[in-house]
Design a protein around this ligand. Structure first.
Ligand code: OXD
Ligand code: MN
Length: 594
């Protein structure tokens, strides 16, 4: 197949790779993407014609589309996600491993002819601000027009990335197919995917990604979890930086002092809400740099600087409302893609938690009729919106800053009904690294599997670390030794419950009180006391809040000793890859509790 690259790229290595993939996948057509609005509109139009997209009511949500996936393709598939490095031990006990050569041979068979009857799209994209030394380029090949539309929102896609590729800049090749070739006269489904063959494959040593059989979220938008976390974390280890599952926010106090924080929470634990928090305490302001991923390097002044590699939000829709996240709702007023939410009769969208009362009739996420008496939910719990960050009313002005933003504090958190207090602070970087390593959280719907079970999720990176997690802990410890200006580290738990199952903390906008305490700890103006687990506030502003302070800050030694046991058992899986500093901190915690 002849491909006309004129006006697209002069990079002959890239051309050769695209030709090779075209020969393998045998698409009917090839579309070299330019990332323009016109291209987005035409692709979305094509999807409307095929029935894959429904254009929403332009009076309600201009430029927006609704779609629903195959019911078997609704979340990241962690058990089908592989880290393929030469030695199994280097992928570690938390990842699935296959030999890279065997895996590639298998993937080549799957990709052979997989795009017959389809268009192969080639998407050049940049993760991070164009021109930043912290940014990375990728090129994704896909047969999914849904991916093309989403990648235009989630990444800096098109011409600017192509200019860098023309100069020979390195890029991460990302191969993706939904895995459903079409014979002439075959009728396509609105969400082609494979129930039997899903493979999300990472080759960290050659920095490549191969994804087959799924069209959903992190399985298919390869810039996000695959590149910006799994491949980037391995690259970050080699090059001495950090690729983290963290939001980035700017916090300004009433005196006008601004500090940036990063926060790591497991999927679907309210990262997007925290990133756009509307403070209830007067005078405080929050601005959003990112809601999911942070890449961080130590700058010339010794401080840690972060960029958000993404340019959009792929957020969980259910639970998002004018009460819980007004800035997200405003961001979502136009130019958004909605996947697996419900469709209203006047072609708007609805999801559980958006309004207290549901509409009288909806089309549910499977495309069927729904009324409030239906036994199933109208939207899938992992239903998503895709929307540009540049529509966010509280977008931080430094979003495109090539140097990144200086980070003063790092926050870890999980969803814990008991044991873990509202907030505590690490005594130092090593202790903070231990706190990150021992995060556990109740499982949510963002990944396939049973919701509600407690699982260890170190640094909220369990599904996203591209190498041995024990080595990753070691990398964090090493980073802390590189500078004496590293951020302070905290842990929060917004999800503590009383004996009747009621939340102890109101959350949302009130979380500013906890952020205020952290901010002031960094300023040196807030008090804390030593406890066995770390530093707990003695000066948190809880005025006008009806909360049970004792319950919020209770440190139940028996429960914590059980926690230590569970952490010790969990850490045993890392064997001799568990760094001394982490073992030492666990021993200190145990001794403090006894
Ligand atoms: C996400 C996730 O989509 O963490 O951000 O699952
Ligand atoms: Mn995430």
């Amino acid at each position: 197949m002849d491909i006309d690259f004129s006006g697209w790229t002069t990079n002959t290595q890239l051309q050769a790779w695209i030709k090779e993939q075209a020969q393998l996948c045998k698409p009917d057509k090839i579309h070299l993407c330019d990332g323009s609005k016109k291209e987005f509109d035409e692709t979305a139009q094509l999807m409307c014609q095929s029935g894959a997209f429904v254009a929403l009511n332009p009076d309600k949500r201009p430029g927006s589309f609704w779609c629903h996936s195959d019911p078997s393709d609704v979340a990241r598939v962690e058990d089908r996600t592989f880290i393929c490095c030469k030695n199994e031990i280097d992928s570690g006990p938390t990842n699935h491993w296959r030999d890279p050569e065997e895996m590639k041979a298998h993937m080549l068979q799957l990709f052979n002819g997989c795009m017959q009857g389809r268009t192969m799209y080639v998407i050049p994209f940049c993760m991070g601000p164009i021109g930043s030394e912290l940014s990375l380029l990728g090129v994704q090949i896909t047969d999914s027009p849904y991916v093309v539309c989403n990648m235009r929102i989630m990444t800096r896609m098109g011409e600017k990335a192509l200019k860098l590729l023309d100069k020979g800049a390195p890029y991460i090749p990302c191969m993706h197919s939904v895995g459903v070739p079409l014979k002439p006269n075959d009728k396509d489904s609105s969400w082609p995917c494979r129930e039997d063959e899903k493979w999300i494959v990472h080759l960290p040593e050659e920095r490549a990604i191969w994804s087959f059989g799924s069209g959903y979220g992190g399985n298919a938008l390869l810039g996000k979890k695959c590149l910006a976390l799994r491949i980037a974390s391995a690259q970050a280890r080699d090059e001495g930086w950090l690729a983290e599952h963290m939001l980035i926010v700017g916090i300004t106090n009433p005196e006008g002092v601004k500090r940036y924080f990063c926060a790591a929470f497991p999927s679907a634990c309210g990262k997007t809400n925290l990133a756009m928090l509307k403070p209830t305490v007067p005078g405080w302001k929050i601005e959003t740099v990112g809601d999911d991923i942070a890449w961080m390097r130590i700058g010339k002044d010794g401080r840690l600087y972060a960029i958000n590699p993404e340019s959009g939000y792929f957020g969980v829709a259910p639970g998002t409302s004018w009460d819980s996240n007004p800035s997200a709702m405003e961001t979502l007023s136009k130019n958004a893609i909605y996947t697996n939410v419900a469709l209203t009769d006047d072609k708007d969208v609805w999801w559980e938690g958006m309004t207290p009362e549901p509409p009288a009739h909806l089309t549910d996420w499977k495309g069927g009729d729904w009324t409030p008496s239906s036994s199933e939910k109208a939207s899938h719990p992992n239903a998503r919106f895709t929307v540009s960050a540049y529509q966010c009313p509280v977008l931080d002005p430094a979003m495109d800053e090539v140097e990144g933003v200086p980070i003063s504090g790092i926050i870890f958190g999980g969803r814990r009904a008991s044991t873990v207090p509202l907030v505590f602070e690490a005594r130092d970087w090593e202790h903070g690294t231990f706190i990150g390593a021992s995060v556990s959280s109740e499982k949510t719907a963002a990944a396939a599997g049973k919701v509600g079970e407690l699982r260890h999720d170190p640094f909220a990176m369990l599904p996203f670390c591209g190498y041995n997690m024990g080595d990753y802990f070691g990398h964090w410890l090493k980073m802390g030794k590189k500078s004496d200006k590293m951020p302070r580290i905290f842990h929060v738990n917004w999800f503590g419950k009383d004996k009747d199952g009621n939340f102890l903390w109101p959350g949302f906008g009130e979380n500013i009180r906890v952020l205020e305490w952290m901010f002031n700890r960094i300023e040196g103006t807030a008090e804390a006391k030593e406890t066995p687990i770390g530093l707990v506030p003695t000066s948190l502003d809880l005025q006008n809040l009806d909360v049970d302070t004792d319950a919020l800050f209770e440190i139940d030694k028996e429960a914590w000793l059980k926690e230590v046991k569970s952490i010790r058992e969990y850490f045993a899986i890392f064997g001799d890859r568990l760094p001394e500093g982490i073992k030492k901190q666990l021993d200190i915690l145990e001794a403090n509790l006894k």
